[in-house]
Design a protein around this ligand. Sequence first.
Ligand SMILES: [Zn+2]
Length: 241
Amino acid sequence: MTAHAVTRHEIFQTSLISALAQGVYEDEMTLAELLGHGSFGIGTFNGLDGEMIILGGVCYRLRGDGSVSVPELTERTPYAVVTNFVPSLSRSLTGPMTREEFSRAIDAFVPSSNYMYALRVTGRFAWASARTVTKQDRPYRPMIEATDGEEIARHEDFSGTIAGFRTPLYESGISVAGCHAHIVDDDRTWGGHLVDFVLEEGEAELCLGTDFHMRLPLTEEFRTADLSEDMTEEIRRVEHH
Ligand SMILES: [Zn+2]
């Protein structure tokens, strides 16, 4: 990869995963404003009311009851990562391929682990499992408690899309280090925070991110949150368990 071959590409994020982990579940960022920063991405909604996946400029809300809906653009998000996805690398994958095999295949074709990547996988899945956050009431508990006992739902034999970000370790506390991905089926009947899967066949596309735009909330809740602790282990348990 030479400097000339790379076009600068921005990834936009609102708030911090460490603030979300502490229970900062509300912000003023509307979906309309968020979509102005990217037509592809993942996140959640105010009050942790479902998982978010954005594909082709359409924002979907994935709830634990299995429903997939398109919320109003006036709805708000406390944490989301988006970009205008332009595939800089793509590869056809033939399975069956487990999540571990898939991760190794992706690792083998990223030109450098020192950049951020948006990842999109479209394909046919033997199965996938996903979790979804459920709407919280005030006073908000830390995410590790709010997500404790969350059920993992499994969906079999379907076509769908994974949207996610592969983030370097140096972004710990800001974003989810490693791979953070959400999934939705093509029929828009099922989805969530991706836990595990077996891919039958599909196409993986990567969009290399060179620039990072972080927007911090101006709310009282964010201003007074205690972000002095290293939340790395707690975030790992919430996001990767
Ligand atoms: Zn997630």
